[in-house]
Design a binder for this molecule. Structure first.
Ligand SMILES: [Zn+2]
Ligand SMILES: [Zn+2]
Length: 367
């Protein structure tokens, strides 16, 4: 997708903090509904689209009746198929008409008018599919798709876009809209890989009493709505979808396979759900914790190389001296900052992200 982030189009900051939402039922499609010049769709007119975003945001911030904190939409798609980040992922929209509707669905707006540019160009339809897919795969949007007029008295998103939504929002080449959590373009469905935690398998097809225990804990926690039967000892797509709802509620993000909220357990989320980690071994396979004295800034210790290996495997290598983060025995400031990133991203550790590995950081990073 051609994503234009807020900084790239010159967004002003939100006036108030925007409300966090873990997930939505789906996405509602909007149009600007005013006059949009046909010339905006000219192939060489894309340079004007960022300015149009700034104008949209300014008009929403100036609207004292609605008292918007920011541009109302989560994303806006221009005639050239670029997806401009509005409020973005996991932020409640202000565009759907009332607070219930705003909490239920994300809002994506097309730069399409009630006069002037009224026929969505093909690139715009592709961009809308990209935006919806982005909200589903990374923002926890469910499979519902509607127009602003569904459930609210308005003409939005106009007859042409509404018919397109009603027909399932196909791409102009005829390919379908992917299902939520699909990741791949043509509806791959829920994640179907397995992980092993404490010697036990979890994920699609895994079998055992420990799978039933997870299902029962999900039901107890209010995350059982995808079960038609069960929960039972064989892990099905329903287990994955229920587990995903639990992950999203815990603040995990990213619903495509192998992302944090894809419905396949990780050690931390499983511990949060059950209050303990099942398995033959009570400790993980991490090597023994070497003690805090192994991690002194500017000092070398073999344990730091082991620690670095965990940072590289888990992808926490943003702070580095060159193009690539290279494991080594020196406990550098870059290493400390990468550990802090991992701690911030791990709910059990986020309370004290000081970058100094304690026993739990060591175990979670290396298991
Ligand atoms: Zn609308
Ligand atoms: Zn454009």
């Amino acid at each position: 997708m051609k994503l234009v982030q807020r900084a790239a189009w010159g967004a002003r900051p939100s006036r108030y903090d925007l409300a966090y939402i873990a997930s939505t039922e789906g996405v509602k499609v909007h149009y600007e509904g005013t006059y949009v010049p046909k010339s905006l769709a000219d192939p060489d007119a894309h340079g004007a689209c960022a300015g149009r975003m700034r104008d949209l945001q300014a008009s929403h911030l100036a609207n004292r009746t609605e008292d918007y904190s920011d541009i109302a939409y989560n994303a806006v798609v221009c005639p050239h198929g670029y997806c401009f980040e509005g409020r973005g992922l996991h932020r409640k929209t202000g565009a759907n008409g009332n607070s219930r509707l705003n909490a239920e669905d994300y809002a994506v707006c097309a730069m399409l008018g009630a006069s002037g540019l009224v026929v969505p160009p093909d690139a715009m339809l592709d961009g809308l599919v990209d935006a919806i897919t982005w909200l589903r795969n990374s923002g926890g949007a469910g499979g519902r798709l509607g127009g602003h007029r569904d459930g609210f008295a308005t003409q939005c998103p106009g007859s042409r876009l509404y018919e397109w939504v009603q027909s399932g929002a196909p791409r102009p080449d005829g390919s379908g809209l992917p299902l939520p959590g699909g990741g791949a373009e043509k509806g791959a469905g829920p994640a179907r890989y397995r992980v092993t935690i404490g010697g036990l398998a979890y994920g699609y097809g895994a079998t055992g009493a420990h799978v039933t225990a997870v299902g029962e804990a999900l039901v107890d926690g209010g995350f059982g709505r995808h079960y038609k039967t069960g929960p039972g000892p064989r892990w099905t797509d329903a287990d994955t979808l229920n587990y995903q709802a639990f992950q999203l509620a815990m603040g995990y993000t990213g619903t495509a396979p192998h992302q944090d909220a894809d419905g396949v357990p990780g050690e931390v989320s499983l511990h949060q759900l059950l209050g303990y980690l099942p398995g033959k071994k009570t400790t993980s396979s991490a090597p023994p914790y070497p003690g805090r004295s192994a991690f002194v800034l500017g000092k070398s210790n073999p344990a730091v190389t082991v620690l670095d290996g965990g940072l590289v495997r888990k992808g926490y290598t943003r702070h580095r001296a060159g193009a690539k983060y290279v494991p080594g025995p020196l406990f550098s400031e870059n290493c400390r900052r990468n550990v802090a990133d991992f701690q911030r991203a791990t709910p059990a550790l986020a309370g004290d992200p000081d970058g100094c590995p304690g026993p739990l950081t060591w175990r979670l990073l290396l298991s």
